[in-house]
Design a protein around this ligand. Structure first.
Ligand SMILES: [Fe+2]
Ligand SMILES: [Fe+2]
Length: 264
């Protein structure tokens, strides 16, 4: 669905603003709205109308992040009501689809995050640790892989997010971009903690406290982020971007980078 020639229907924008406010107030109920929600589901609603409704909330004092979250929540509810469900990204798309590749990378990240949770739990009760211990070597390995997977974050921001923002609506990826900033800082912190212990520049107690702090933040934040992309962001993009040439273009850009975190 291209945004350029779309005309705005302000009756629909008004209805959207009302529904966004209902979702925000927690008084939202799909059975209450019945058919209206289906009539406002993509492709009956355009990207410009969603963006206009979001802007209306921002003009009324709603923080941009909250407005973005409300519109994304609405689109997922509307799609679920109108189509009966979302796409299973692991089985509902061909292997050469860009989102199939991205979800495969997500699963690799999930494995490293699960390993980080485990090794942190193993180090937690220890009183000492050497750089040759299996726990520390495992931690080094995980931290290096997570650092390499940062490429995934950059690839999303440089290739698919700009296309999604251009062809769905401008603020669609705002929340995911925010998550990326915090995740990148946190992975950088993890690597520097590991390096400083490797160089014996910090004592074990300090190393352990910092490791627990970073791990306790990074692990749930990353898991929630990946789920948000798969359950909300990519579902909306699939519903709103119907032109397969756009998906092909995103795939070609991503192919140029290659499989993130894995290079021959
Ligand atoms: Fe991401
Ligand atoms: Fe991702």
């Amino acid at each position: 669905m291209e945004t350029v020639e779309q005309q705005i229907n302000y009756d629909k924008v008004n209805q959207l603003v009302e529904i966004f406010n209902l979702i925000g107030s927690g008084n939202y109920n799909t059975s209450l709205l019945g058919e209206i929600i289906i009539q406002l589901a993509p492709p009956h609603i355009t990207a410009k109308e969603i963006a206009a409704a979001e802007q209306r909330l921002i003009n009324a004092g709603c923080p941009a992040e909250t407005a973005g979250h409300l519109s994304a929540t609405f689109v997922v509810i509307a799609l679920t009501e109108s189509t009966g469900g979302t796409v299973d990204l692991k089985t509902g798309l061909p292997y050469n689809h860009i989102l199939r590749r991205i979800v495969a990378e997500h699963d690799m990240i999930r494995c490293f995050i699960a390993d980080l949770t485990d090794v942190t739990a193993e180090i937690k009760p220890m009183n000492t640790l050497s750089i040759t211990s299996s726990e520390f070597m495992r931690l080094c390995h995980i931290a290096q892989h997570l650092k390499a997977m940062e490429e995934h974050v950059r690839a999303e921001e440089d290739t698919i997010f700009p296309e999604m923002e251009r062809h769905a609506w401008a603020s669609l990826c705002r929340d995911a971009r925010n998550d990326h900033s915090y995740i990148t800082i946190s992975i950088g912190d993890l690597l520097s903690i590991v390096k400083s212990f490797g160089k014996s520049s910090i004592k074990f107690n300090e190393f352990r406290a910092k490791l627990i702090y970073v791990s306790d933040y990074l692990c749930p934040t990353m898991m929630i982020h990946l789920k948000k992309e798969e359950n909300t962001l990519f579902q909306i993009a699939l519903a709103m971007i119907r032109d397969q040439r756009i998906w092909g273009r995103m795939k070609a850009q991503y192919d140029y980078i290659g499989y993130c975190g894995i290079h021959a």
